[in-house]
Design a protein around this ligand. Structure first.
Ligand code: DX5
Ligand code: ZN
Length: 213
């Protein structure tokens, strides 16, 4: 299982130290939640702050856009060279074009699904993307409770991925902890995002290890 800590739950007063520690503790990616106050009722980081995160990180960035006007934000964050850039399908009329735009920057595109969004919408786009991000809470805030229907969605998605594009990864984001990690693994998840569980733990290395199933 790949582990991507969400820095949304880090202590922002010492953000670069937190990013350094979580990388040192053995995570695989640093998950960065970009919120615009429109697509979600919260506002987080712009490129200036994410640049500081990148400078402190020894692992690649996984940027999760929760914004309106995706094409603008893809171009805004592309110079920071994240490994993955995910955007929400609910906000996008021209998903295929946005995927092409992301690839042109040399960045791996991922599509995010809100808890109510049917995974069947991805059928004709799965072969064009490198990852699907399944939200298991409503996007906007850390520390929420895992929504159990995400598990069924992941299992259905896994079947679809095996048919269409077996190398496409499944990432799950929201309410992940040592309590549901085994069920997530069994359902077919490749990468977990964890915010409050990891940053709320006294020992980042042990907490990451507990998700490494
Ligand atoms: C929510 C964000 C998540 C969030 C996860 O909108 O996309 O990445 O930080 O936090 P936890 O792990 O606390 O649910
Ligand atoms: Zn996220």
């Amino acid at each position: 299982m790949l582990v991507a800590p969400s820095i949304l739950s880090a202590d922002f007063g010492k953000l670069s130290l937190e990013v350094g520690s979580i990388c040192e503790a053995g995570c695989d990616y640093v998950h960065v939640d970009v919120m615009d106050g429109h697509f979600v009722p919260n506002l987080t980081m712009g490129p200036l702050v994410v640049q500081a995160v990148k400078k402190a990180a020894t692992k690649p960035l996984d940027i999760h856009l929760m914004v309106q006007n995706n094409p603008f934000f893809v171009d805004l964050f592309a110079p920071l060279e994240p490994e993955f850039l995910s955007f929400h399908i609910e906000e996008e009329k021209h998903l295929h074009r946005l995927i092409q735009q992301t690839r042109k920057h040399g960045i791996r595109p991922a599509v995010a699904l809100n808890p109510h969004t049917d995974e069947s919408l991805l059928e004709y786009i799965l072969s064009d993307i490198d990852m699907v991000l399944v939200m298991s809470v409503n996007p906007g805030f850390g520390g929420q409770k895992f929504i159990p229907s995400a598990l069924e969605k992941i299992m259905r998605l896994k079947e679809r991925i095996e048919r269409r594009n077996p190398s496409c990864l499944i990432e799950v984001d929201g309410g992940v902890s040592d309590q549901n990690i085994h069920a997530l693994k069994e359902a077919g998840v490749d990468m977990v995002v964890a915010g409050s569980y990891l940053f709320g733990s006294p020992d980042y290395r042990a907490a990451i290890a507990s998700l490494r199933v």
